[in-house]
Design a protein around this ligand. Structure first.
Ligand code: C2E
Ligand code: CA
Ligand code: CA
Ligand code: CA
Length: 276
């Protein structure tokens, strides 16, 4: 029995070694990816449901690994957060988005905006606002054409700090979007105090809306609630006409999802935008 115990221990420790080794290699290759800029930004259209025109785009990062190919953000953003690499990645995202925005503006109307996702560690870093403002300055874009998406859960970590940061962004006319709305636990009292412009209703509420009455009512009340708070609403993850029609009947302001366009490279986005 003792013998077996020892073997088991060896087995697990070997397995642990392997996991740690893999993890170490992944971190190393992510570090390299940052140095070599192995990232691209994809853009997904955000549609104004009243006139069906493109109102903006969400920038979504993609990692093109030289050997492994395409790696989705959910596989590396959490690791980037844990290792601190997110601060460099986040800065790259903002700069690239502002650079691309210059091109978009040549084709699209003046109210067009690009929103970028910001994770907790970026958002709570002391230099966050300053770094965004200096990038805006460098690229000479109109601040209101940049949107910052923070999730409800990020906003909840340090409420007063969040309010302060968002206020200074807002003071500089940067657009603020509350992402994944409905999935966190923010109180109405708190929500009321956040200087946000737009809420994005999470895809999970839209997904089953057309065949589940309860889901439908929840989606409608999230829209109504946002309007009471004088916020605009984007519904995320719209995949079919039926969902779009229902959301329009609920007075939802904007929509995003595969129905209108998947996240796509900049050039493709520009082609699509011309057709709208
Ligand atoms: P998110 O911010 O909630 O982004 C929406 C996700 O839903 C995107 O996945 C998008 O491709 C997907 N999506 C959009 N429309 C539909 C639809 O109709 N159906 C379905 N099934 N999915 C749809 P993606 O691009 O894989 O991004 C996943 C998450 O990774 C994002 O969730 C965001 O939290 C994070 N992320 C992406 N880019 C960045 C970034 O530049 N910085 C940071 N910090 N996080 C990012
Ligand atoms: Ca988002
Ligand atoms: Ca979202
Ligand atoms: Ca999400």
């Amino acid at each position: 029995a003792k013998e077996k115990g020892k073997n088991t221990y060896c087995f697990y420790s070997l397995q642990m070694d392997e996991i740690l080794q893999k993890r170490f290699e992944f971190e190393q290759s992510l570090k390299k990816a940052v140095e070599n800029e192995e990232f691209v930004l994809y853009y997904q259209p955000i549609i104004n449901l009243n006139n069906m025109k493109i109102a903006g785009a969400e920038a979504l990062i993609r990692w093109i690994h030289p050997e492994k190919g395409f790696i989705p953000p959910l596989e590396f953003i959490p690791i980037a957060e844990q290792t601190g690499l997110i601060s460099q990645i986040g800065k790259w995202v903002v700069k690239r988005a502002l650079f691309d925005l210059g091109h978009f503006m040549q084709t699209l109307n003046g109210n067009f905006y690009v929103s970028v996702n910001v994770s907790l560690r970026e958002f709570s870093s002391a230099s966050f606002v300053e770094s965004i403002l200096s990038s805006i300055d460098n690229f000479k874009v109109e601040p209101s054409s940049l949107g910052i998406e923070i999730t409800e859960s990020v906003a909840m970590v340090d409420p007063q700090n969040t309010i302060d940061i968002l206020n200074s962004l807002k003071k500089n006319r940067i657009k603020i979007l509350l992402d994944d709305f409905g999935t966190g636990y923010s109180s109405l009292n708190y929500l009321k105090q956040l200087p946000i412009d737009v809420v994005k209703i999470d895809r999970s509420f839209i997904q089953n809306m057309t065949d589940d009455q309860k889901e439908q009512k929840i989606a409608k009340s999230l829209i109504d609630l946002s309007h009471i708070l004088e916020l605009k609403v984007v519904a995320e993850g719209i995949e079919n006409e039926k969902q779009a029609e229902l959301l329009k009947s609920f007075m939802c302001d904007f929509g995003q999802g595969y129905l209108f366009g998947k996240p796509m490279p900049k050039e493709e986005f520009l082609e699509l935008a011309k057709k709208f």
